[in-house]
Design a protein around this ligand. Sequence first.
Ligand code: NOJ
Length: 568
Amino acid sequence: MSVRTGWYRNAVIYQIYPLSFMDSNNDGIGDIPGIISKLDYIKDLGATAIWFSPLYPSPWEDYGYDVADYRGIHPAFGTMEDFEQLVAECHARGLRVIMDAVFNHTSDKHEWFRAALADKDSKYRDYYIFREGRRDKEGELIPPTNWTSSFTGPAWERVPGTDEYYLHLFAPGQPDLNWENPEVRAEMADILRFWMDKGVDGFRFDVFNLFSKTYPLRDDKRPAAFQKGTNYYVDGPRMHEFLKELNENALSLYDSFTVGESYIPDEEHAHRYIMEESGELDMIFDFEHLTSDNLFGLKMIPKPFRLRQFKRGLLGPQIRYHGTGWNALVLENHDVARSVSRFGINTKKFRYEAATFLAMVTFLGWGTPFIYQGEEIGMTNTRFKNLEQMKDPVSRFVFDTMRKLRIPAKAAFAMLRAGARDNARTPMQWDSTVNAGFNTGAAPWQCVNPDYRKINVKRDLESEKSVYRFYQRLLALRMSDEVLLSGDTVEYYPDDRQIIAYSRTLGGRRYLIVGNFSGVRADFIMPGDFELDELSIKFTNLDRTDTEIEEIMQMKPYEALLLEEKRK
Ligand code: NOJ
């Protein structure tokens, strides 16, 4: 009999990026004691679980997504005892604990990789993907395939002093693991059990659908594709088998939960990953809606916001997966710009309206909400002054690539600033004291957003009309209503360029969620299958009364409504 209860279906998950959350010892870096001091805050928001971005020892070339020891805690964050206390304090408050499982690659400082480099005959050589280089027509040594890394540049790094290369789909300091090797897979299952034995309740799998590569490795022959090689490593041939095996050997033995971060997945595979009958993952993050204002998902290459794409990405999975698996609802994480500073939003004018609007249209959908630290107070993008202020190495890689493409420095920097991951990584804004209350004055590893005197937790808590208070009410409402928790989704007006509208239905009950996703007024025409006199306003972010429910409603900029149908 399964020990899994499916607790994640009624969960609200809060994501913490530990480096930037709360620095208790004033060394410029967030830490576990700092997190513990804020657990009540997270609980009061209405969250029921916390996902921690990597807490493991790491050289921080990619701030923890380069793991040097899967069974440890980074000393800057605290000790294993601190972590155990964190788990206990979370559980005492009814908060579940979710760890980040970064299993596609390790750090090049991991002992497996060090051993693999030190000795060609070591068994750890086969934990990674090493290949001989090739010779081009001129006899020059070139990488084994033409694949490019998602962080720009070749996906192969030459092993110094040899003709061999190793594969890294991300930074050179993040060598890919060889999932064909059963010992690697056994290690991963063991790591999952290690943390679950410590009381961890679930995992977020980093870029999971890259684990399985297509062999033999070969050149991507597609013309001028942005990223070469994806057709040989995204949703690879053994993906489903690998996930099932992790379940068999670890996940299914505990009351666990998994969300997989997918990398441009194919729709059919995406569905299979989360179908209950597959026994693979519980849900995936599919970020299509978050590419609605950038080109090909390249966060730093903006394009005008496309609402139709946003709606397809947000609502499509709800419609496709309902009844067969589960869905994740997400607007922000540590890899994307702040939501109130994108999607064509004039942040200065509409920050409160847009933050509350986005929360309503996203988190009233079907799936488990994921809220990223600071999103609940409407934190904004930072106006970085120069590249040195941006600590994410990817910002530097992308800037250099843009310069190589002869994009003028000023334009390149402006593009970078709008989409950079650094925007999500500025310290959490707790109050208006020095460094936004993140610590007591030491320079934070990543600069504080100067708007913290206006936008901070303390201010939001003191006011009834604040983004935080709105989130609190919205999450409480969601939690208390079966229709919102599990009803199905039907979309209206998918082609409309201002309006987003969908219904949620369960049994005989139905809601209509409507929003004006623009900075100007928009007309909403009541769909034919709703009767005006059966509708009342259950929740809204601006002011509107029941008498203002009309056949054609003029909606204010970023107004969102939850209409309840009362059948006579
Ligand atoms: C996705 C993570 O969210 C991101 O921060 C990281 O850089 C890549 N995966 C590589 O691990």
